[in-house]
Design a binder for this molecule. Sequence first.
Ligand SMILES: CC(C)(COP(=O)(O)OP(=O)(O)OC[C@H]1O[C@@H](n2cnc3c(N)ncnc32)[C@H](O)[C@@H]1OP(=O)(O)O)[C@@H](O)C(=O)NCCC(=O)NCCS
Length: 390
Amino acid sequence: MRGKPLATIISAGLSKFGRREGVYARELFAEAALSAFHRVEKLDPSKDIKAAFIGQMSEAYEHQAHTAPIAASWAGIFPAPAMRIENACASSGSALRCGIMAIMSGLYDIVLVGGVEKMTNQPTPEVTGILATASDYPFEQWNGMTFPGLFALMATVHMHEYGTTEEQMAAVAVKNHKNGALNPNAHMQKEVSMDEVLKSRLVSWPLKLYDCSLITDGASVVILTKPKLAKKLSDNYVHIIGTGQAQDTFCLHERESLTTVKAAKTAAQEAYKMADVRPKDINVAELHDCFTIAEIIGYEDLGFCRPGQGGKYVESGAPDLKGSMPVNTSGGLKSKGHPVGATGTAQIHELYLQLTDQADRRQVKDAKIGLAHNLGGSGATGVVHILKGS
Ligand SMILES: CC(C)(COP(=O)(O)OP(=O)(O)OC[C@H]1O[C@@H](n2cnc3c(N)ncnc32)[C@H](O)[C@@H]1OP(=O)(O)O)[C@@H](O)C(=O)NCCC(=O)NCCS
């Protein structure tokens, strides 16, 4: 299987990300699906798409469960089966693996994979509580832990063990906001300076407002087929050549180390091996920057730099849009936004654009191989995909 296409993406779509007043999640999902359908005129979605795998984290935002059939039917996928996959912020990364397995099994020729979350229906304290349900109830939630708090713990250990600085974390935010300012679908299309990040209000020390991802409404969709069918359906297709997923302990206090996300590291090793590529072969990557420290740890876990060197790596400019390894060209979760269930396939959407030369002002020249790194919770789930342009 090494280096061979597992499944092929023939199209991808995204809703506008942001605070989307007056619409339901189903409408956002339909918006993302329609933008994907417009790219593949040869496809008759309601007839040709045989199943839908949809990531969504929580029913609490809209008081609505059993959401996959609603989202799929609003996108015109009916009566094909629709399934919801819930793996916290890695819901649609995990849904993508389900879609790949469905294609590889031979059960279906064409499937739709996506994700959606409509978070801003609730005020921030409620959203914080809903997000916290993806941490452990007796050990973490019950003791008042929140996601900014969990990642702040990881940040302080990284600072203590490796000397990582608040400026280095801020550099991630500055870079990602710069990229997001070039993305018309991003939630916050605004550049920020190092000074603004460092002076922004404290959320959970050392994390400040601009170290945190946004609370966002949005949806994302990709259409998968068998590699040998792709050419018949689309001129712009991208092969998935590696998929990896792993678990680590659910609670932070049980981890061997707080300076690495072992699930992501293991998932990356699996995906690299399957794809038969090495970190230096990657041309563009979307990393799960739910907090700036998560991107720094991500560089290390993916082998872009040595353990402990993530802070220096971002300072070196390597992950800049014009650097040697552009990371989060979309703006990442920090600036594009983080509608949690939609994030995994939104990362794949950006890589699809990059690898088919459709990323406009964010285009990375000659990008051939892309990597997506998606975390669930504080890293109990890690999902990595490797894509190759055709
Ligand atoms: C950091 C956070 C608490 C701020 O929320 P808040 O205090 O309710 O902020 P508000 O929505 O009132 O926004 C106030 C201002 O800050 C801005 N803002 C909000 N969150 C921001 C963020 N993460 N980054 C940059 N700016 C942000 C708003 O756009 C608004 O700007 P304006 O006054 O110019 O309109 C919230 O964004 C958050 O919880 N983020 C993390 C989400 C998370 O944990 N996701 C899961 C990860 S595993």
